[in-house]
Design a protein around this ligand. Structure first.
Ligand SMILES: NC(=O)c1ccc[n+]([C@@H]2O[C@H](COP(=O)([O-])OP(=O)(O)OC[C@H]3O[C@@H](n4cnc5c(N)ncnc54)[C@H](OP(=O)(O)O)[C@@H]3O)[C@@H](O)[C@H]2O)c1
Length: 244
């Protein structure tokens, strides 16, 4: 799709990857709403700050009103609690991560799907992780939330195809942001991931494997299920056609 001249919303746009995605969209000629829990933390003056905690229904209702012209929505906001499944506090960590990473993305998708439809289809980008494919006990509860979000993304792609919305899944290993500040290993830059996202949206690509780690882990999955999705798509299209 053409990015120049369209409006976009990025959640968690005040720092880290979200700030880089917002800048990349600006560079591509979009008008960009910068969603943030505290709009005062959006320091890029080219962004239009929008109060948007993705766990808050009132914020989402208001953002839908403010950002009614968007044709690109990026579900970027996320949290990492670094909890193993059996660690103290794991249930609380899992609930918090699910609430932001999974339910937050689901809420935003549900709220903005009609807007994307009315604005010609557009694109919904979900920032996932290599941990959607594989689990690490160091971040077991986070991995579960990103796996759930990957599942959500795959269903949304089918549900939204009829209205012409491109759904992009973004996977990366470590990205050089606050979230991975404690990691000493290799990290991809947020600017590189952001650029790849913009290229994917511009070229109608449904998946971004942003670094060698995510490429390697995806390639190691026992089977690539993508061949099964056309059948699921056909079943869904038939059911929808019967209902309309
Ligand atoms: N860094 C990595 O290694 C890595 C790897 C793969 C995927 N990811 C994913 O990339 C995305 C961006 O992460 P990052 O690396 O940029 O992390 P980050 O530096 O910790 O930034 C997280 C962003 O999400 C926002 N956020 C958190 N909870 C929110 C909520 N309830 N509502 C709205 N915004 C909220 C934060 O806002 P505040 O400033 O208000 O906290 C901040 O803007 C996340 O989905 C993350 O899971 C990161």
């Amino acid at each position: 799709m053409k990015i120049e001249g369209v409006a976009a919303l990025v959640t968690g746009a005040n720092r880290g990857l979200g700030a880089a995605i917002a800048q990349a969209l600006l560079d591509a000629g979009a008008t960009v709403y910068g969603g943030a829990r505290d709009p005062a933390t959006v320091t890029n003056h080219r962004l239009i700050p929008v109060r948007l905690d993705v766990t808050n229904d009132d914020d989402i209702t208001n953002a839908v009103r403010t950002c009614a012209d968007v044709s690109i929505v990026v579900n970027n906001a996320g949290i990492l609690r670094q909890s193993a499944s059996l660690a103290d506090g794991a249930l609380e960590a899992a609930r918090a991560e699910m609430e932001t990473n999974y339910f937050g993305s689901l809420r935003i998708a549900r709220a903005f799907a009609p807007i994307l439809r009315d604005n010609g289809g557009g694109a919904l980008v979900n920032v996932l992780s290599v941990l959607s494919f594989i689990s690490m006990p160091q971040g077991a509860t986070y991995s579960a939330s990103k796996s759930a979000s990957w599942s959500l993304t795959n269903a949304l792609r089918i549900e939204l195809r009829r209205q012409g919305t491109l759904v992009v899944a973004v996977h990366a290993g470590f990205i050089d942001t606050d979230m991975a500040a404690g990691v000493t290993g290799e990290k991809v830059s947020p600017e590189s991931v952001a650029k790849q996202i913009v290229t994917a949206v511009a070229s109608d690509a449904e998946e971004v494997l942003a670094d060698a780690t995510s490429e390697m882990v995806k390639a190691a999955l026992p089977n690539d299920l993508s061949a099964l999705y056309p059948t699921l798509q056909a079943q869904w299209d038939t059911e929808m056609a019967e209902q309309s």
